[in-house]
Design a protein around this ligand. Structure first.
Ligand code: PGA
Length: 261
């Protein structure tokens, strides 16, 4: 029997950033998405439409997330947003997305992401921590070493209870936005070995079984059920497919597939 509640998160990336566009899209899917309440559903708009979406969803069971944040609470960090600023506006925050890690810089190192995870938890935000290997690493057979290293660093210094509250998104970089998703069996294996295995070693079996792990990378309405049928996969972080009105069907299928396994 499944003990982990499914969690489907929509990562809008740099789209629907004008409040009127975000609200127009949400108006089309809100009612149906709200009704699928046997799962956690999270919508992650750009910062500029976050307040409007947050207000529009306040009376629903749909949660809101941010796409990034800084680890400091305030100060001379031009263009940055802190956990303190997000608290009250949203409940989740995506951290360490590969598109941000790829942009590089001191704010996206493993150590910085670890600081962000701690800062988010301190403000009662749930981090969605992204990990995943690139194509060369996958082809060289380095996936396990890489992903378990990312997991270890992200949660360094946290208590078991704090780790259990987090969500992890396994997103192979070669699968993001390419239309070439991982096979459900491969994703399931990496999550079991490199993610839950690493968490078992560091924080114990109970935490590894409690933490929710999503798959991300070209998840669609057509392939989601196969991912959700896998025992280690608790949901998805969805980019491109979350911008279409049939995203509601994706969530519905995901929850149905999770319930029937
Ligand atoms: P995609 O993006 O679904 O468009 O592949 C997923 C992500 O980057 O979170």
């Amino acid at each position: 029997m499944r003990i982990r509640r499914p969690i489907l998160a929509a990562n809008w990336k740099m789209n629907l950033g004008r409040p009127e566009d975000a609200l127009e899209f949400m108006r089309r899917i809100r009612f149906a998405l709200n009704a699928i309440d046997t799962s956690d559903r999270v919508v992650c708009p750009p910062f500029t439409s976050l307040p409007a979406v947050s207000e529009a969803l306040a009376a629903t069971s749909i949660a809101v997330g941010a796409q990034n944040m800084h680890f400091e609470e305030q100060g001379a960090h031009t263009g940055e947003i802190s956990a303190a600023m997000l608290a009250g506006l949203c409940k989740f925050v995506i951290l360490g997305h590969s598109e941000r890690r790829a942009a590089g810089g001191t704010l996206e190192t493993d150590a910085a992401i670890n600081r962000k995870v701690k800062a988010a938890l301190a403000k009662d935000l749930t981090p969605i921590v992204c990990v995943g290997e690139n194509l060369a690493q996958m082809e060289a057979g380095e996936t396990n070493t890489w992903v378990s290293g990312q997991v270890s660093s992200a949660f360094e210094g946290l208590s078991p209870a704090q780790v259990a509250r987090c969500v992890i998104a396994y997103e192979p970089i070669w699968a993001i936005g390419t239309g070439k998703a991982a096979t459900p069996a491969d994703a399931n294996r990496v999550i079991a070995l490199s993610i839950r295995g690493t968490i078992t070693d560091r924080f114990g079996e109970d935490v590894a079984q409690a933490v929710r792990v999503q798959y991300g990378g070209s998840a669609t309405v057509d392939n989601i059920a196969e991912f959700m049928a896998m025992p280690e996969i608790d949901g998805a972080l969805v980019g491109g497919a979350s911008l279409k009105p049939d995203y509601v069907d994706l969530v519905r299928r995901a929850v149905e597939a999770a319930g029937s396994r």
